[in-house]
Ligand binder design. Sequence first.
Ligand code: NAP
Ligand code: HSE
Length: 343
Amino acid sequence: MSPAPRAPARVGILGAGTVGAALVRLLARHPELAVTAVLVRDPARPRDLGPRPPRLTTDPDEAIDGADIVVELLGGVSWPTALMARAAERGARLVTANKAALAEAWPTWRPWVEAGRVGFEAAVMAGTPAIGPLTGALRGSRMRSLEAVLNGTCAYLIGEMERGVAFEAALAEAQRLGYAEADPSLDVDGWDAAHKVAIVARMTVAPDLAWTDVLPHVRGVRGLTPAGVRAERTAGRRMRLVAYVEPDGAGGWRVGVEPRAVASDHPLAFLADGRNALVYRGDAVGEVWIAGPGAGADVTASAVLADVLQAARGEPGPRPAWAVASPLDASPAIPGTATPPPA
Ligand code: NAP
Ligand code: HSE
């Protein structure tokens, strides 16, 4: 006798903007996943939701209730965190691309993350894997330092300024490409990269890092000009908005973001416009580079979908490299999916 077919895992989605709509389109390829409902602000707004458009709602509970997995793609900090708390209370697995919420509301998210209940690969470098390698293959080494370009909007802006394009014109194009945050000052003032590097630091070496520890060390790209960026290039350097996790000289870590002119043989110098890159330096492994697209609708939805598939299989989400000895989440298995592996 063949086994009874599994019921599809139920996925509630909060947000169908740039990333949420792309996720809905990709989900059409996955009949094993059924969308409960999608929370939006304005259901009448035209949007491309592909061949299996789900029900849109303005009531968060319609998306959360009965969902095995809740995906948050709203943006913001307090309200999305409160909605995810509601989803967690109801036993759902959580997936988010929201680095602002993870960075600024870490005390709320931390227990869920440590329990392996949250997928958030998309929050750092979008579809290019970063959280997975940092909490997986690289945890056999002790991190010495990390430098990264984590904001696609600023990477694009700097590339355009090297070609002589004015700041405002380059930003408008980054917005059109779907790279920029709804509030682009988060990008250009360095906050988005700071959100991401705070997450990276906590998942690798600094679990107790407070958001207020990062704030004094954040500078964005507003002070850059096409002339200044081009002058660095003429001098054999490339301007980059660099997010860093570095020893502070007192046994701790300094975590921040600032424009740096990197030498032409620095790994971050080779980056194509708009892309992200991360340079990890570990005691045993040495220097490891990870690079790829770090923003945009499909690029981000690709990582969100991967996290949804992982949750639907009952596999735990990434857990901090320093917490590998703690027990796995004891929450019940998702109906219709595999039993979580033993700790
Ligand atoms: P977005 O285009 O602004 O979409 C936000 C969605 O949330 C929209 O569907 C909007 O509804 C909905 N929403 C906002 N406020 C709401 C409210 N009060 N009630 C109900 N629905 C509400 O944002 P996005 O670019 O998709 O980004 C989503 C998240 O992914 C953010 O946390 C962002 O930082 C993160 N992220 C984005 C990228 C990227 O490349 N864009 C990459 C990585 C991570 P309407 O559609 O009706 O307005
Ligand atoms: N606004 C972000 C960026 C989106 O430009 O990198 C990806 O997180």
